[in-house]
Design a binder for this molecule. Structure first.
Ligand code: GLN
Length: 504
């Protein structure tokens, strides 16, 4: 029996799956529960992420280089653990228990940081890594379960869900830095704990509306009671890994070893699962792998936002946006989320409208478009050099227009990627494949740091002008590579579509 089958949900719920999936209108009402739960989780996640580097440099007294590496390691581990979280959800816990467990670990991690962020920094971070691994992929998989296989409204649902992610990211990213810098770091981390608790409580109450969605794969099986210890072993195992993670995250040399091994290991595991698949399932999973591999390139470029582009913002941008005086780093941190919130629902509705006229581009083409937007955005980042004054300071307006273009690229790829993972994976592998999707983000984050370091100016005591020229030359290269990736993907579209079968 798969995750979507089974009998009643928590609290004697008797909603059945078809009643949920045969919803009228544009969005299933359950989507709103998941929207808010994920919104608060992302508030907590991005709140913490937004303060990490700053906190490490100013409170833990790390050098900028070390802080950047630590930051990259944390992000890589966070996204790599989504594979583990997805795997255990598929095999043992089901999406719901995984989510609740992940949420609780995140609350504990934030509370530890709230008590004494300096002393317990890496312990708190390790709890958050494991917690996010259990939470993040599985809530996305549950959104997919709200739809029937052939429902054309699925991409629009993921677009709306993606707005929720960004409302959380925008609020958390801003408020936590504000509290931390202006008042107290304990308060900033305390806020992420409170908000995470709101997320878990929201999810708890959503369960009565979810029918059989997300129940354990053993739910209703004859051996269900006897195998209950599998759940406890998973909980204990995930606690036992935390001390190991504390060591691995605090020494970034381990990150390389980890990143070199986790990818091949997951591929081996997938190979093992493929043996048990039908030829049709195998083809679909091969198509999913094409999307996953291209997304690594996308994130490696996109995630310059947290690295080289934030240094670029600090060194090379003026502070005037459409006549308003604004901090360029603040703009770099928040413009993307702001544009996602603004345009994601509109794009979602555009996909539905096009689908109703049979004119919606297929997923491969949407991905290709994502890369073309990415290329356009990096070309604009490059072109900022033509607007620079002799001191190497250039226009925040031009820079922000690149943020707008990159957001359209993200919207053609990221929510669509979540959606296509749920379409191409057999039910029993939904969590694993969603985990692999996010694992690509881990590799993207990892590669982003390496790319950013490679683009920085090699000149000792580089002037802002040296830095401007060096980074924009790098952005020019990225624009060309993104363009090539987009063209290759669109050229591959007929082949990938064949692998996808009836999935669009
Ligand atoms: N910004 C999105 C989120 O937080 C996508 C992250 C990613 O896949 N790299 O969910």
């Amino acid at each position: 029996m798969g995750q979507s089958d089974g009998a009643a949900g928590i609290g004697g719920d008797s909603t059945d799956l078809s009643a949920i999936q045969n919803f009228a209108g544009k969005y299933p009402r359950q989507l709103w529960w998941l929207f808010f739960s994920e919104m608060w989780e992302r508030f907590s996640f991005y709140g913490m992420r937004g303060v990490l580097t700053y906190f490490m440099v100013n409170q833990l007294m790390m050098s900028e280089t070390v802080a950047n590496l630590q930051y990259g390691a944390t992000q890589a581990f966070v996204y790599a653990f989504t594979f583990v979280g997805g795997l255990f959800a598929d095999k043992i816990l089901g999406f719901r228990r995984s989510l609740t467990w992940g949420g609780l670990l995140m609350i504990v991690g934030s509370l530890i940081l709230a008590v004494d962020p300096k002393a317990y920094f890496f312990i708190g971070i390790a709890f958050n890594i494991v917690g996010t691994g259990f939470f993040k992929p599985n809530i996305s998989s549950m959104v997919g379960s709200l739809y029937k296989d052939d429902d054309v409204r699925r991409d629009a649902g993921f677009s709306l869900f993606y707005s929720g992610i960004n409302v959380g990211a925008l609020l958390g990213g801003y408020l936590c830095v504000y509290l931390g810098k202006g008042y107290s770091w304990n308060l900033a981390f305390g806020l992420t704990a409170v908000v995470m608790a709101i997320s878990v409580i929201t999810f708890h109450f959503s369960q009565r509306h979810l029918g059989p969605i997300g129940l354990s794969p053993r739910h209703g099986q004859p051996n269900e009671a006897k195998t209950r210890w599998h759940d406890w072993a998973t909980y204990l195992g995930s606690l036992a890994i935390i001390p190991v993670l504390v060591v691995m995250v605090s020494k970034t040399d381990f990150t390389d070893a980890f990143m070199y091994s986790i990818g091949p290991l997951t591929l081996l595991y997938l190979g093992y699962e493929l043996i048990k698949c039908t030829p049709d399932e195998r083809k679909k999973l091969a198509a999913a792998m094409v999307f996953i591999l291209f997304s690594i390139i996308f994130w490696a470029f996109f995630e310059q936002a947290g690295g080289s582009l934030s240094l670029f913002a600090a060194n090379n941008l003026d502070n005037s946006l459409l006549g308003l005086t604004l901090d360029p780093n603040g703009v770099n941190n928040s413009a993307n989320s702001f544009f996602v919130i603004l345009f994601s629902p509109l794009l979602g509705l555009l996909w539905v409208a096009l689908a109703l006229r049979n004119r919606e581009p297929n997923t491969v083409v949407k991905f290709g478009l994502g890369f073309l937007f990415l290329a356009g955005a990096f070309w604009i980042f490059y072109a900022t050099r033509f607007f620079a004054n002799p001191r190497g300071v250039t226009s925040l307006n031009v820079f922000t227009s690149a943020n707008l273009v990159i957001t359209f690229g993200e919207l053609c790829l990221s929510p669509i990627g979540l959606s296509i993972m749920t379409k191409l994976s057999p039910k029993r592998l939904q969590g694993v494949m969603m985990g692999m999707w996010f694992l690509a983000s881990a590799y993207g984050q990892y590669a982003a740091g390496i790319l950013g370091a490679g683009m920085s100016s090699p000149v000792p005591n580089a002037t802002p002008m040296d830095k401007l020229l060096s980074y924009t030359a790098g952005y020019h290269q990225l624009a060309i590579y993104a363009l090539i990736a987009g063209v290759v993907l669109i050229a591959l579209a007929p082949l990938v579509r064949k692998l996808m079968g009836e999935v669009k």
